[in-house]
Ligand binder design. Structure first.
Ligand SMILES: [Zn+2]
Ligand SMILES: [Zn+2]
Length: 305
């Protein structure tokens, strides 16, 4: 008898929700790392799969190890691979502890991995790409925790000026008159870990095109565990989704104990057909691969096997 090889590591989850790709891994208590390549942004780095390296920014929601364990390694690998300094975005509340952790590595390694901490106040805007900004806001969890939202600033011609010829508009602009209003288009919101709290229904969360949100527990008997650990149970999660206007909801941070069939059944039972259509499960590798193959087929491209 030969000994068995170690279990295979699950692959990185992948969803294409045009125009964004959502890439990552997320299992409650083990590790959560999610990335949107088009935004150059990671949400948490519980572990650091290679796919996370190109992101220029890493937002850290809180200091639980399953959300921060891969952060130092991410900074180090980005430097090692010549990809530049990693920008760590977090709340002012946890920034000093992150700095202490990073300094600990300098002492251990006797070399300095470059990194930059961008510590934000609640709702302070941070520009991450041209016209693209993010902001953070507090959630309710066992350790100080923040969610974040990413939005685009678009200029729109003031309604009272619409219909005016281009030359006239240029003339007004040259005279120093403001001819546009700036509006915010909420793109992505990232919410984990948290119990039910008022910030779940902020406008930039409720209206984000893509909501990436935690739903840790699904079994009735685990409602107490959800309350104590300050996590969302499927009952609260579904109430939350009902008040949202999101185009897509990506469920993350599901406990390993709950199998995907149970997850799908519960969500379907509680949300019904129409709302359930919005739901994506980051770690449903088989379902997500089939979805992507359909997207390829619709685009007339044959899937590579
Ligand atoms: Zn967690
Ligand atoms: Zn946590």
């Amino acid at each position: 008898m030969l000994p068995k090889p170690p279990p295979r590591e699950p692959s990185v989850g992948f969803l294409y929700l045009p125009p964004f790709r959502v890439v990552g891994t997320s299992i409650a208590g083990e590790a959560t790392s999610v990335m949107i390549p088009e935004l150059d942004l990671c949400f948490d780095l519980g572990v650091c799969p290679r796919a996370m390296l190109p992101a220029k920014y890493a937002f850290i929601s809180h200091g639980h190890m399953d959300h921060i364990g891969g952060l130092a390694y991410w900074c180090s690998q980005r430097h090692f691979q010549g990809m530049g300094v990693g920008n760590i975005v977090c709340s002012k509340e946890i920034a000093p502890s992150i700095a202490k952790m990073m300094e600990g590595y300098v002492e251990l390694e006797r070399q300095k991995t470059p990194y930059k901490i961008i510590a934000l106040d609640n709702d302070e805007p941070l520009q991450i790409k041209s016209n693209i900004y993010m902001r953070i806001f507090p959630l309710e969890h066992g350790a100080p925790t923040h969610g974040c939202s990413v939005y685009e600033r678009r200029s729109k011609l003031k309604s009272e000026l619409s219909g005016l010829p281009q030359e006239k508009l240029m003339e007004l602009k040259a005279k120093g008159q403001e001819i546009t209003n700036t509006m915010e288009v909420p793109l992505v919101a990232y919410i984990t870990d948290t119990g039910a709290c008022p910030n779940l229904i902020r406008d930039d969360v409720r209206k984000a095109q893509i909501l990436i949100g935690e739903c840790t527990f699904f079994e009735d008997e685990n409602q107490d565990r959800a309350d104590v650990g300050k996590h969302l149970h499927v009952k609260q999660f579904c109430e939350w989704i009902r008040v949202g206007e999101n185009q897509h909801v990506v469920v993350i941070h599901i406990s390993r104990r709950t199998n995907l069939t149970q997850v799908r059944d519960e969500l379907f039972k509680k949300l019904g057909t129409a709302l359930n259509r919005k739901i994506e499960i980051l770690m449903d590798h088989k379902g997500n691969r089939e979805k992507y193959e359909r997207q390829l087929a619709d685009a007339g491209i044959r899937a590579e096997r």
